[in-house]
Design a protein around this ligand. Sequence first.
Ligand SMILES: NC(=O)c1ccc[n+]([C@@H]2O[C@H](COP(=O)([O-])OP(=O)(O)OC[C@H]3O[C@@H](n4cnc5c(N)ncnc54)[C@H](O)[C@@H]3O)[C@@H](O)[C@H]2O)c1
Length: 405
Amino acid sequence: MAASMYINLKPVKPALFNLKPAPRHSLLRPARVRCAAPTKKRYSITLLPGDGIGPEVVSVARNVLKLTGSLEGIEFSFQEMPMGGAALDLVGVPLPDETLSAARQADAVLLGAIGGYKWDNNEKHLKPETGLLQIRAGLNVFANLRPAVVLPQLVDASTLKREVAEGVDIMVVRELTGGIYFGKQRGFGTNEDGHEFGYNTEVYAANEVDRIARVAFETARKRRGKLCSVDKANVLEASMLWRKRVIAMAAEYPDVELSHMYVDNAAMQLVRNPKQFDTIVTNNMFGDILSDEASMITGSIGMLPSASLGASGPGLFEPIHGSAPDIAGQDKANPLATVLSAALLLKYGLGEENAAKRVENAVLNTLNKGFRTGDIYSAGAKLVGCKEMGEEVLKSLDSQVPAAV
Ligand SMILES: NC(=O)c1ccc[n+]([C@@H]2O[C@H](COP(=O)([O-])OP(=O)(O)OC[C@H]3O[C@@H](n4cnc5c(N)ncnc54)[C@H](O)[C@@H]3O)[C@@H](O)[C@H]2O)c1
């Protein structure tokens, strides 16, 4: 149902700026769970299941949102729309106008994943991945927040030694709608020696840097007050401007400790001593790479959610993993990254902090009970598929017991 139908029930803006302080370790800290709220709030959610494991994990998250809503006095209306390969098969484009329009009218958007072998050789404008860039640009969600938290229950799933991984709690703030992925000067050509070449351009305007830097400073302020800006200012002009603007903004945030790191060093430090980081802010491409690297420290890509926010309008919430065509349709996918994305949707997208905590607690409780999908399985745990993991989260949602960590 369109947001406009609930004029007097407008959700809290997804922008970070007006958020109440978030708990320092929101994924780790047990929360006191309140009883159902007396009045019913209503929100419309556009679901974009996409391809591969996307529909499997979104279906779990939808059930989780629905039950959470009924426990918290919130009514959700869901609208499923095609995107990615599914939309290509249906209507021939990766992001149909109807899908973008439904997303824009919703209070929040939950995306599964897109892509698959079938469309790998399509022309660029007919690739599922193009739809992803289009929806981010179409919703103008310029700030991508990717938490990477090593949960005590999964510390042994990390590829790093226990003492290095234990206690890691990083937030990567990635610029999402600018930089080299969107630079207009791009293409192919032939040079004077007759060699074919391809080129792209990294472009950042001051206002683009300022708005992401502000989100990052605000985020750091609500966490442990440390912000590391990652760039390549020793080589790239766009990074030199980036650094200059970040330094200028630091004057407004004297309580945040700002540091700078070149991206090559940051990649190294992330695996050497990840605990040194609190909040990282970086451009689109560096953020793409570093947030995937950070994800591996936590054990599995199947655990990591993300939130993409703009200055106004609905936020886009999605797991950081792709469509995993190797396990699609086999009930093997870990749905928890999408469930935790739904928690971010509740928190950042709708301002429903209690409901978000309820979902996070349910995930922790389910892990505490020993349930694991294949990607996070270790000896002695109970191996479950995507559906059963979802059912266990639903059971934990219903219980009022705060998660023990
Ligand atoms: N946001 C997105 O929709 C997105 C992001 C990345 C990749 N992709 C697309 O996904 C397709 C596959 O890409 P890829 O293989 O590089 O990355 P991927 O994230 O889909 O998979 C990488 C590996 O992680 C595993 N994995 C991923 N999610 C999992 C989960 N929830 N539970 C258990 N295991 C999981 C997969 O089985 C695979 O072994 C490509 O078409 C790519 O373009 C989409």
